[in-house]
Design a binder for this molecule. Structure first.
Ligand code: GDP
Ligand code: MN
Length: 378
């Protein structure tokens, strides 16, 4: 779950990271009042859960409260990468001498949290990593020791920071790590960490992504979820407890069990296709959940074929087959459906589906091949 910049900044501030004075507004008049309170120049920033807001025109400077109201009127309601701006953050503007990147991510292969720093801040770190990897320095953090001072100093040295700024940088780095761990985050990022013309380090942007699997431990953070910003189908999936991740291929997958879903995706790739999603409908496979899952899969315009791979254990295959038919009658789609049902009553299940003109398969390899053919001939 992604947090907004203003929410992330509030968390960072609690852990002692310096942030600009500012507040969030939903109305231009509110934005004006915040600017009056701050005094001087402000920056009005759209609060949407995508990066690159600056380039999209969602970040504008304003010299006075009048102008702030005008600028906020312009930004509120704006559409940025498909998301409607409903809130703006009004922050004290600062004069930036240098933009630094500082972030924490989980490196799964190292099985550690890794802190990343770069003197080339402001832009997307993925871009920096691609074009100029030598500009990125990393520190791998031992979970029992936490981020050590020497490591943070090493990063300060690595990005060529002036020595007078090291202690400030070390304290921000340590606070960032504490915030990351305390929230069970999967990402915490300050980009840019601005070095102001007055020689102060300030988190001008903030981003936290929380680990959904740990949200149950953080009811105070769970309520920060902004449902207006969520993909409507990912939200439906979450509400029906379906694990759904949209991908960029063209074969929709409906599978019960995460491991089976992964294997299904692998086989689609093996036979030259590309999965449009990961979807685990979990145990039971009741008709209503099958219908929801099918609707979610078909909402993706890229889907040219659907592969349903269900293992009938507790739920019998004939029941699953009837569930699929009921769902299909309700959703109505003209994409080919390849179904592989195995387990209890599988013969009966396949018979029901074949009568309904669905493509059936017995082995997973056969199902994957048929789905790839169906998708490419569409
Ligand atoms: P993003 O584009 O969504 O990552 O939004 P950011 O908050 O990182 O802002 C993008 C850019 O706007 C920053 O890299 C800065 O160059 C600029 N910016 C943001 N806040 C200020 C500010 O207070 N003063 C100045 N001069 N520039 C700012
Ligand atoms: Mn940024």
């Amino acid at each position: 779950m992604k947090l907004h910049e203003y929410q992330s900044k509030q968390i960072f501030a609690r852990f002692g990271i310096p942030i600009p004075a500012g507040d969030v507004a939903e109305m231009p008049t509110e934005a004006r009042r915040i600017a009056e309170r701050i005094g001087g120049r402000v920056v009005v920033k759209s609060q949407v859960l995508v990066g690159g807001r600056g380039k999209a025109g969602g970040i504008l400077l304003a010299d006075n409260p009048d102008q702030t109201e005008k600028v906020a009127t312009r930004i509120l309601g704006m559409n940025i990468k498909g998301l409607k701006v409903r809130k703006v953050l009004v922050d004290q503007a600062v004069d930036i001498a240098q933009e630094i990147y500082l972030g924490l991510v989980i490196d799964r292969s190292a099985q550690r949290v890794v802190m990343i720093a770069s003197a080339a801040g402001g832009m997307e770190i993925e871009e920096v990593a691609r074009a100029t990897p030598e500009k990125i320095v990393r520190a791998v953090i031992d979970p029992f020791l936490g981020l050590q001072i020497f490591q943070a100093r090493g990063l300060a040295f690595g990005i060529g920071l002036d020595k007078t700024l090291w202690s400030g940088f070390v304290s921000i780095a340590r606070s960032l790590y504490q915030a990351f761990v305390a929230c069970d985050a999967s990402l915490a990022e300050i980009n840019p960490l601005a070095l102001t013309d007055k020689g102060q380090l300030l988190a001008v942007d903030a981003k936290i992504v929380l680990d959904d699997n740990a949200l149950f431990r953080h009811p105070d953070l769970a309520v920060l979820r902004d449902v207006d910003e969520e993909d409507v189908y990912e939200r439906q999936a979450r509400e029906h407890r379906l694990s759904y991740v949209r991908l960029d291929g063209d074969i929709g997958c409906m599978v019960n069990g995460a491991g089976l879903a992964m294997a299904t995706m692998d086989l689609i790739k093996l036979y030259g296709g590309a999965p449009a999603n990961f979807l685990d409908i979990g145990g039971g496979a009741q008709a209503d959940r099958v219908a929801v899952a099918l609707r979610i899969i078909l909402s993706d315009q890229n889907v040219k074929a659907v592969l349903i791979n269900i293992f009938g254990g507790i739920t019998r295959c004939d029941e699953v087959a009837r569930g699929i038919l009921a769902a299909f009658a309700e959703v109505k789609a003209d994409v080919p459906m390849v179904v592989r049902l195995v387990g209890t009553n599988e013969v009966e299940g396949r018979r029901i589906l074949a009568e309904a003109k669905m493509i059936t398969a017995t082995s997973l390899a056969e199902a994957a091949q048929k789905a790839v053919v169906a998708a490419s001939s569409k």
